[in-house]
Design a protein around this ligand. Sequence first.
Ligand code: NAD
Ligand code: WQD
Length: 342
Amino acid sequence: MKNKILVTGGAGYIGSHTCIALHQAGYDIVIYDNLSNSSREAINRVSKLICAPIEFIEGDIRDSDALRQVFAEHQFIGVIHFAGLKAVGESVAKPLMYYNNNVSGTITLLEVMAEYKVKNFVFSSSATVYGDPEILPIDENSPRSCTNPYGQSKLVVEHVLEDLAVSDSNWNLITLRYFNPVGAHASGQIGEDPNDIPNNLMPYISQVAVGKLAKLSIFGNDYPTVDGTGVRDFIHVTDLAAGHVAALKYLEQQTSNIGFMPINLGSGTGSSVLELVTAFAEVTGQNIPYQFAERRAGDIASCYASADKAQSLLGWQAQLSITDMCQDTWRWQSMNPNGYKV
Ligand code: NAD
Ligand code: WQD
């Protein structure tokens, strides 16, 4: 009762893993999700993994009345806000849908939180807010700019949170900027379940490995990187989940309010696309046929985090390796070739 957290988007990929970590850390959780990109089966499996029932409310973050009801019925110490749409290409085709969901939805949630005087907020932001970085590794003070509506929606929310902190010093607004989340729970029971053909690299590799897709296209082999392919900071979703618990613990330890606080969650190490493909093939023993293709529009050459702030402030750092990421992704994919669909 004293440590109840509302988890919006808790049925999704990162949210479901974080719910397990929250439960293990002794938090009481309520999931609020409209299931637009997730399923009840994910929640059932989380419930089985933690051996406890989960309170789930099907609802939309843009529905202020439904949110009011949730806040009236529960006394939350804070909100972890995962709910949002995340497909970059789709955001270019449907910008209004993205701004409505990600920006208006977040504002509605913050308004209801303010009404109920719940002012601890952990927001899922993204390394995408750094655009094409001038300096690597990227620290939290790097300039921000975005080139697509998805990224803009995250950046706009960051600005909203900054203004909110200025307007009212009672807010604690931790903004976690995730780098490239991959991997799955070590049980193989929960993982990433893209609706369609995956846009992201790791789910694409694993669907090639399981035989659902014929061949990976590696977008660009002429970047100024170690082997010409793009470099990213892959971070295991279990480490990411632990980062959210560390953020909440940090908030609980503070004696004064912290306002807007951005923190990178990344491993601090860059790996190339080709390195990830090679590691996946080695770790799993699966053949991953690939071809080089044109650069993908909007992609950058290299992106990896300085994770120093998370380490010094939260005492958090990534523990799991690329090998773990590949092994766990493969366990999830091979045990659930159709994701949560039976
Ligand atoms: P996901 O799609 O698996 O999870 C998002 C969840 O939010 C889904 O369960 C979906 O049903 C729910 N949702 C969407 N709109 C909603 C609404 N209006 N009301 C209620 N629920 C809603 O995505 P994820 O990978 O778990 O990402 C979680 C968050 O982290 C997102 O905000 C995403 O933008 C951000 N993020 C993700 C990545 C990544 O690569 N996965 C990287 C950086 C940031
Ligand atoms: C990684 C690398 C591709 C697919 C995206 C979002 C970002 C964040 C994380 C939410 C790139 C290459 C990919 C494929 C490939 N999400 N690739 N073949 O683009 O770094 O980040 O997800 O916040 O906002 O933009 O991730 O996994 O799509 O790509 O060669 O089939 O893999 O070109 O170099 P990205 P990704």
